[in-house]
Design a protein around this ligand. Structure first.
Ligand code: IVH
Length: 713
């Protein structure tokens, strides 16, 4: 670490004696130094200056700003708290979420996709349904916002809701127009940033010659090049862009997907030439095969073919599941394979106690990436049995010392596909899956019907406790700046924190007492106070984040959002979960009536919320917090917050569609009429429900009236 840091020309001069030009130059230099120090500290966990030097820079910055207020920079480091600039890029809230796609891995999945869409839309079997089919570009997605025809913002996908502001970098890409003629007033163009094979090879050669970092594959190179804090670096990188979708638009681009793509091409975007329309699965699969044949000679990476319902009115009707559209699917190419030796099998214990076997492999390159670990799923998988008890790999088990075939499916952890018995060492023995937790020694039990063996140690198992804490502070949960996996492990090991609630008493315990955070190795005055502030910052937390952070089995980010939207407040959620009985009763019915919440997840939530030790820990946590109520999905819709029941035959939409649309507008759809029901939508043949609604004086309307109410008539 360097010692004192000063501007080489003016750093030693008293602030009062600086000229305007000197002050301006020094402020720019200070902003640069502080940004670099912040990144080294927060992003790279590798502080490169001492806390004292950091503080001195900040003080100097403040002093100059006080003396020359007019020269204060828009990106002044004094306006940034703790690690606010840590990630380097500003955050952008997407006006329309950037979603991912569901996957199809074989022809049957494609047929099933078509069938499910027809069913959802209630189409006659002989009705023609047209799809667009286009290559799935293997790069990273980017959203470009144009206002009055001028590029005003470019953002990465991020978590789908919030991305990174990479506007300056995007402007350096020649495929991206700065201005558009004849575009709608607001137009968000979405597409993929990628790098061609030739440009990738040349870049790596250049990087290697200059002793710089080389990239594993074109996608990493594209991502690394776009996410440069210095746009000049991006400019020097040969990035390209294909447009294939859009977000916020003030006027429709066209009536069909294919029409919209043509329009984007007319506006000056590069669109992919291998885009066609197909009337049904046979034609889609034929196009997939054609693209697959050309894959090696395209000159850029693609990893499948995307099918989209062509008619945009139908796309609107189909809408979205929590993270993927119903109207599109990605038909993936088979993964690349490689053979290597299995050196060892390690067991990792996760936050729900699951014992996960991990293959330690002799490193091997698969699809351009070096792989040395792969998942082995569970004990049945190692033994050669599938989830249904039937043999997989024709019953061949996997043993340490075996030669195994490894593949990567998309971004996920590598997997093992097969084993070569001919190369099995003579002394290889069947793998004995542990029945004790390797971390805490508790029994590891496999429950009836569960593929996974789990440690029964609960909170006493250090692995579970640490994983729970890591989950708790992770990005989609509490996201506490300066408290990452590494710090959580250290604090846990030293007994400073055992459960999430302990995080919120850290300041009280370690700011001024006998033991102080600032005296710990790797910490100082500044970083300690930053952490305490960052923790206090998160005492107010949105309900969905809180529910997600609890680490309840089966409750991911999107399910947590469903629960939060449904219950609205922690008090309502907590009361209902406490009163619920798994499998029956009004609270249970209410819980599983949520679209996207199944019985397994529901049971997991109820059991966790009723388990004494868990509950005590959760209550202690919530006591330390202010939980923000969920904001209804669409508060301005006339049915937001209303409970709706559909009964009888619906003629203009299917039941699934009716439910999904109502929920998208913030209504709650229930299966039974009660005093809580606000609206009954009754089609022909409505029976007892209509009668009950009439008795209870509940507003009843037909399908047309309902569609008129939600503005869809
Ligand atoms: S459509 C609402 N079309 O694949 C769906 N995505 O796995 C919007 N991608 O996040 C995406 N080529 O980054 C679409 N022709 C294509 C694509 C494509 C590549 C990427 C995109 C998306 C990811 C989903």
């Amino acid at each position: 670490m360097s010692g004192d840091l000063q501007h080489p020309k003016t750093g030693h001069l008293p602030v009062e004696s600086l000229s305007d030009a000197q002050a301006k130059a020094e402020l720019a230099w200070l902003a640069e130094q502080l940004t670099r120090a912040n990144l080294a500290y927060h992003r790279d966990d590798a502080p490169d200056i001492s806390d004292a030097a950091y503080d001195a820079l900040k003080q100097r910055n403040l002093a100059i700003e006080a003396a020359f207020p007019a020269l204060k920079r828009a990106d002044s480091p004094s306006d940034q708290v703790g690690g606010a600039v840590a990630e380097g890029f500003g955050k952008v809230q997407h006006a329309v979420r950037m979603l991912s796609l569901g996957n199809a891995f074989d022809d049957d999945d494609v047929t099933a996709f078509d069938v499910s869409i027809r069913k959802y839309l209630g189409l006659e079997p002989d009705a023609v349904l047209t799809y667009s089919a286009e290559p799935k570009i293997d790069g990273l997605s980017l959203s470009l916002r144009y206002e009055a025809g001028v590029l005003v913002q470019a953002a990465t996908r991020g978590d789908g809701a919030v991305g990174e502001n990479v506007t300056a970098n995007a402007r350096t890409i020649s495929d991206i127009p700065e201005t558009l003629t004849g575009a709608p007033d607001v137009l968000e163009v979405r597409g993929e940033v990628y790098m061609s094979h030739a440009d990738f090879a040349a870049l790596n050669e250049k990087q290697a010659a200059a002793g710089g970092k080389t990239f594993a594959n074109p996608r990493n190179a594209a991502a690394g090049s776009l996410r440069q804090l210095d746009a000049e670096i991006t400019k020097a990188r040969p990035l390209r862009f294909f447009a294939y979708a859009w977000g916020d638009v003030s006027a429709p681009l066209a009536e069909t997907q294919s029409g919209a793509i043509k329009r984007l091409a007319q506006l000056g975007f590069s669109t992919n030439a291998l885009t066609v329309t197909c009337d049904g699965p046979d034609a889609m699969i034929a196009h997939y095969k054609r693209i697959e044949e050309q894959r090696a000679t395209l000159g850029y990476d693609i990893d499948g073919v995307v099918y989209k319902v062509d008619d945009l009115a139908l796309q609107r009707r189909l809408g979205f599941r929590s993270t993927t559209p119903r109207w599109a699917i990605a038909h993936k190419f088979p993964a690349e394979l490689a053979w290597t030796r299995l050196d060892a099998i390690d067991i990792q214990v996760g936050r729900t106690g699951a014992l996960s076997p991990v293959a330690r492999l002799n490193p091997v390159t698969v699809g351009g990436v070096v792989v040395s670990n792969a998942t082995l799923h569970n004990e049945d998988y190692i033994a050669g049995r599938g989830g249904d008890g039937q043999p997989i790999r024709e019953g061949r088990d996997i043993r340490v010392g075996d030669w195994v075939q490894v593949y990567r499916a998309g971004d996920v952890i590598p997997k093992i596909k097969d084993v070569d018995l001919a190369r099995r060492p003579a002394d290889a023995v069947p793998y004995a899956f542990p029945d004790l937790c390797p971390e805490c020694g508790s029994d590891a039990i496999r429950e009836e019907g569960d593929a996974v063996r789990r440690c029964t140690g609960g909170m006493i198992c250090p692995a579970q406790a640490v994983e729970k804490l890591k989950h708790f502070v992770s990005r989609a949960a509490f996201d506490i700046e300066g408290l990452g996996a590494k710090q959580v492990e250290q604090f846990y090991a030293d007994g400073w924190i055992a459960t999430p609630a302990d995080i919120f008493t850290l300041r009280a315990r370690f700011e001024g007492g006998m033991q102080q955070l600032k005296n710990r190795e790797g910490w100082g005055e500044k970083s300690a106070s930053n952490l305490f502030d960052a923790i206090d910052d998160k005492r107010t937390i949105p309900l969905n984040r809180l529910i997600f952070s609890l680490g309840i089995r089966h409750v991911g980010e999107s399910s947590a959002a469903l629960l939060a939207n449904h219950y609205g407040s922690w008090e309502a959620f907590e009361a209902s979960m406490t009163a619920a009985t798994v499998g029956e009763g009004p609270e249970w019915e209410d819980l599983i009536s949520i679209d996207g919440v199944g019985a397994v997840m529901a049971a997991s939530v109820v059991t966790t919320m009723q388990q004494d030790a868990e509950r005590a820990s959760i209550d202690r946590l919530v006591d330390a917090l202010k939980v923000e109520d969920a904001v209804a999905v669409a508060t301005d819709s006339p049915v937001a917050g209303k409970t709706v029941v559909f009964t009888g035959t619906l003629e203009r939409m299917t039941r699934a569609e009716a439910k999904a649309r109502a929920e998208a507008l913030g209504a709650k759809v229930s299966g039974s009429v009660s005093t809580k029901t606000d609206i009954l939508v009754a089609g022909p043949g409505a029976g007892s429900k209509a009668k009950k609604a009439a008795e209870l004086g509940i507003a009843t309307m037909d399908e047309d009236a309902w569609l008129a109410l939600i503005g869809a008539a």
